[in-house]
Design a protein around this ligand. Structure first.
Ligand code: HEM
Length: 503
């Protein structure tokens, strides 16, 4: 939302647009009992209040909770947004009324392009296309058996991560950037899983740069909420086309290279990749296999879904360990006691480390990387918490709001892994038995990468703590926990930490 605040509208045009929109919206109004919300202006609703508030979107939402409660409505131009920050209402919607709240809203034009018209797991409407794509991803890439098969890829990426951090520290008086290194490591794993090839650093960098420019153009714009303003955004629309073209040009050669290998060796190949599952994928209700452009979308989703989210978790984790040296030492002691001397921590060890698991769970409670689930919508007009939810509403679940709710958590502000140590406090991360935290969403659209992401975060954190002691940079400074919304919610001042290699 930040980028929107720099927009200025020609004084003469706005009234014309308002009149035009007023005439359209008045005819379609029905009497609905929507959740309460801040009063807005005709036509634009709360859009300008949000866009020009000077606050990140999540902060704007946080500040409204004490005023309007844990379910409220924002009118964002032509879109009705319903924001839910209650664990009980999340349970009602996503578990009890799971199938009803399992779809996605209509896309804006930019997202329509990048999702190949909703041909991806995250964007698809709840229905046959979504079922086919999700089943394929889960069964062929994200099942426990498949995750185990990619162990060598992870080991290699972990060694590379440790080497990169050690080299960066050695060259900079011990100082290293945390997010950047974690991001690179997890991106290497996902690239390998997706395309089935190890890539040199230059190719990895170019794919990464392209992916970042995609995330930037996907940022919502004012005309997404007020389509009548689209004539003022032709430059931005051109940019969208250019970035999509670049995305296709970067990924199609990688896709074609893999296709050639796949068509020669089929299932006899000694490596396996997400792409292999997609070339001749049968999607319910469609006659043909995915096109190259659709493959670009599906591969990008795989890479994007797990890269920034995981890396963000690592940045907050290291920040918290620096702030709490006792937690860091307990973790290191557990690693040493489990793994022994002179051996690298390995994912089998990770399963036997209850304190590490507690640290990671507390981390995902306190710092859910995305703060919101992806936007949901109802398949039919329904009710939630006694209010009407029309099908055209975008329903946002504010997971960070649930994590901060004092009715759900004792002392929610405190980072305290002991909550989860040795079964002291329970919180089912899948939400099936009740929602207390939902960093991966819950219900039908729960993140299918949950298992793999948990392995990645645990393993990276364990390896990073086994190899290095982490402290403030510069020495004696303090970690700044101010948040900033990018695609995920990262640290506003990207964390640079000081490492001391452990002897
Ligand atoms: C710490 C890491 C991760 C976090 C915090 C995370 C979080 C989330 C969240 C909050 C959602 C939205 C759920 C909803 O709409 O209710 C989601 C959906 C999704 N995630 Fe993840 N994710 C992570 C890692 C991954 C990984 C590793 C992958 C795959 C490689 C992945 C793939 C997806 C996909 C495809 C969806 C869409 C699911 C659907 O709409 O059916 N994510 N994730």
């Amino acid at each position: 939302m930040d980028s929107l605040s720099s927009l200025l509208f020609p004084a003469l045009v706005i009234p014309l647009v308002l009149v035009f929109l007023l005439s359209r919206s008045s005819s379609s109004k029905k009497k609905l009992n929507l959740p309460p919300g801040p009063p807005g202006y005709p036509v634009v609703g709360n859009l300008f209040q949000v866009a020009f508030s000077g606050k990140p979107f999540f902060q704007y939402i946080r500040d409204l909770i004490p005023v309007y409660g844990r379910i409220f409505t924002l009118r964002m131009g032509t879109r009705t947004m319903i924001v839910v920050s209650s664990n009980e209402l999340a349970y009602e919607a996503l578990i009890e009324k799971g199938p009803i709240f399992a779809t996605r809203p209509m896309e804006n034009p930019t997202r329509t392009i990048f999702s190949s018209n909703k041909f991806s797991v995250n964007a698809a409407y709840y229905g046959p296309v979504w079922r086919s794509l999700r089943r394929n991803m889960v069964q062929n890439m994200l099942s426990n058996a498949r995750i185990r098969e990619f162990r060598k890829t992870r080991d290699l990426a972990m060694d590379r991560l440790v080497d990169r951090i050690a080299a960066e520290g050695a060259a900079n008086g011990g100082a290293v950037w945390v997010l950047r290194n974690a991001r690179f490591a997890v991106f290497c794993i996902l690239l390998d899983m997706c395309f089935g090839v190890e890539m040199d650093e230059k190719t990895i960098q170019s794919v990464d740069d392209m992916m970042k420019s995609v995330l930037i153009v996907l940022d919502p714009r004012m005309d997404d909420f007020l389509p009548a303003l689209s004539p003022f955004f032709s430059k931005q629309r051109k940019k969208v086309q250019e970035v999509r073209k670049r995305q296709i040009e970067t990924l199609v050669p990688l896709i074609e290279k893999r296709r050639e290998k796949w068509s020669k060796s089929g299932s006899n190949s000694n490596s396996f990749a997400y792409l292999d599952t997609l070339f001749d994928l049968k999607v319910e209700g469609r006659k043909s296999a995915p096109t190259n452009e659709e493959l670009v979308t599906l591969c990008s989703e795989f890479l994007n879904g797990g890269t920034d989210t995981t890396a963000t978790a690592l940045e907050w984790a290291v920040g918290r360990l620096i702030e709490n040296p006792t937690i860091q030492s307990r973790l290191y002691d557990e690693i040493r006691a489990t793994v022994g001397e002179g051996k690298k921590v390995d994912e089998k060890d990770v399963e036997r480390m209850p304190y590490l698991n507690a640290v990671v769970k507390e981390l995902l409670r306190k710092h859910p990387p995305t703060y919101f689930a992806l936007t949901h919508a109802a398949t039919e007009a329904t009710r939630l918490g006694g209010y009407d939810i029309p099908t055209e509403a975008s329903v946002e679940f504010f997971s960070a709001g649930i994590a901060e709710d004092p009715e759900v958590w004792a002392d929610p502000e405190r980072f305290d892994p002991d909550r989860f140590y040795r079964g002291k406090e329970e919180a089912d991360i899948t939400g099936v038995t009740g929602v207390k935290m939902m960093p991966f969403g819950v219900g039908r659209r729960i993140c299918p990468g949950l298992g793999m992401a948990t392995v990645h975060v645990n393993l990276m954190l364990a390896r990073m703590v086994q190899e290095f002691e982490w402290s403030e940079f510069p020495a004696g400074g303090k970690v700044d926990f101010t948040e900033k919304l990018e695609f995920t919610v990262v640290m506003k001042n990207s964390l640079r930490a000081r490492i001391t290699p452990r002897g």
